[in-house]
Ligand binder design. Structure first.
Ligand SMILES: Nc1nc2c(c(=O)[nH]1)N[C@H]1C(S)=C(S)[C@@H](COP(=O)(O)OP(=O)(O)OC[C@H]3O[C@@H](n4cnc5c(N)ncnc54)[C@H](O)[C@@H]3O)O[C@H]1N2
Ligand code: MOO
Ligand SMILES: [Mg+2]
Length: 429
């Protein structure tokens, strides 16, 4: 046997004899290489969807003052005790307190101040009686307010620090910022936030059959949909996609392009060319010695050929070209890596238990992640598999909001049985 043939045999062996890794082992291994990124300070207005890189502490109590919850009169509750005997209690009105104004006149027994919702309760007052429960009488230049019912101390007053005390932890590092987080940060005047820099992810497609999405259809060719699907998935995960020119089928050139991208970006994702076909160069690229291959087969379907490698601490994910497998491979491996780089604590998809909504006949020695739809029926969560869930099928990706996990040991799965579902980002989470 010539030396040339020996090398050929070796690469053949590498290509075909892949040792599959369990899904969770492969996920943990890949994610262990995802390092939390650098941080940056940004304006609160631009922080939607970003992840906090520091704990946020309340710089003051909130509310910062005892606040009236009603338009009415600030009083001393003890003054209303005589109302229990059916008497109307008359108090002298000593001030009018709109929002944003601090009264300098303390409430003493026998007095009251007109107060608006949201205004600071004056000193001495311990209750606010709502306007509708009062009547007014004028005595010369004085205004008297009449109250018919007794009020408990604290009535209609939100005490200082009711929501948070000074020094309380407002938000933990790792929290994703949304409307509620923006509300609390704005409340405390925390207008600059430290967040993790978004990982920049290079995307390569491989395949001579691929046409740009602006190109007219040509015989035997297809449009490159995976690149755009991945870019969308990367954005949802919190990364910044960079679409690269497609990788040609020449291994040396492909190697150079991927290595350049790995040097420049935080993460690289490729799609296609990862199986055992003559032009499937990604399989060869990760075993060519320039990087450390983590796995090139996973015990799952679709996406059994999902491959991951590391070079100088940066992750390369080579996903299948089949759209269904590319989609699932991203969700199970790339999304968690991006979320970990963003400092998120929950990086995997949420897992719920549901009832299978229809029989699923296909069996396989690998775990299946079947595209499906979740519904609540009669208080039960039902997961129904998509009618078409082949790895090569694209059309049902858009109709799915979960991946139904069908373990390999089952002889198919029957309608009504309990299944685990991975909830897709979006409507339910
Ligand atoms: N002899 C074997 N053949 C195959 C095996 C196997 O084990 N032995 N595995 C099958 C499985 S499972 C999968 S999944 C695919 C994986 O294929 P590749 O990752 O090598 O992807 P390609 O060969 O490049 O393409 C497969 C399919 O996907 C289309 N494609 C590719 N890129 C894109 C894109 N950017 N946008 C849309 N569609 C894309 C491509 O045209 C092909 O139709 O291998 C099986 N074969
Ligand atoms: O890897 Mo393929 O997507 O298993 O079907
Ligand atoms: Mg192929």
């Amino acid at each position: 046997m010539s030396e040339h043939n020996a090398i050929d045999d070796l690469s053949h062996h590498r290509k075909f004899k892949r040792r599959p890794m369990q899904v969770t082992d492969a996920q943990e291994l890949a994610v262990s290489y995802a390092a939390t990124g650098l941080t940056e300070h940004i304006r609160l207005q631009e922080s939607d969807g970003r992840v906090l890189a520091a704990d946020m502490i309340a710089p003051h109590p909130f509310p910062a003052f005892a606040r009236s919850g009603m338009d009415g009169y600030a009083i001393r509750s003890a003054d209303t005790s005589r109302c229990e005997l059916g008497e109307t209690v008359w108090l002298k009105v000593v001030d009018e307190i709109p929002c944003g104004y601090v009264s300098s006149i303390p409430i003493e027994s026998g007095t009251a101040s007109r107060i608006m919702t949201g205004a600071q309760v004056p000193e001495g007052a311990d209750a606010v009686v709502m306007l509708e429960a009062t009547e007014i009488r004028h005595e010369g230049s004085e205004t008297m307010v009449g109250i018919k019912r007794p009020l408990a101390p604290g009535k209609n007053i939100t005490p200082m620090g009711f929501e948070l005390q000074e020094g309380d932890l407002i938000l933990r590092k790792g929290t994703k910022i949304g409307p509620g987080e923006i509300s609390v940060l704005a409340t405390f005047g925390l207008h600059q936030v430290e967040v993790y820099r978004k990982p920049v992810v290079g995307i390569f497609s491989t395949g001579t059959e691929l046409l740009d999405i602006e190109s007219p259809l040509e015989p035997g060719k297809i449009r490159n949909s995976n690149t755009y699907m991945l870019a969308s998935q990367i954005r949802e995960a919190g990364g910044v996609p960079v679409i690269m020119e497609a990788i040609p089928d020449r291994i040396e050139l492909a190697k150079q392009r991927v290595e350049e991208a790995l040097a420049e970006y935080d993460l690289v994702v490729t799609t296609g060319g990862v199986s055992v076909g003559d032009y499937d160069i990604m399989g060869e690229l990760v075993t060519s010695g320039s990087m450390e291959m983590l796995f090139n087969k996973v015990t799952m379907r679709p996406g059994s050929v999902t491959t991951a490698a590391v070079k100088d601490g940066k992750l390369l994910f080579a996903l299948s070209g089949n759209p269904g497998a590319c989609y699932v491979g991203f969700l199970l491996f790339v999304r968690p890596a991006i979320r970990k780089m963003l400092g998120m604590e929950q990086f995997y998809l949420k897992e719920w238990t549901a009832e299978l909504g229809a029989d699923y006949a296909k069996v396989n020695n690998f775990t299946r992640f079947v595209r499906g739809r979740l519904e609540v029926q009669g208080g039960k969560l039902i997961a129904t598999p998509a009618l078409l869930d082949e790895s090569s099928v694209m059309i049902t990706i858009k109709d799915s909001d979960c991946l139904i996990v069908i373990p390999p040991e089952l002889k198919g799965a029957a309608k009504g049985q309990a299944v685990q579902v991975l909830v897709l980002p979006g409507a339910w989470t």
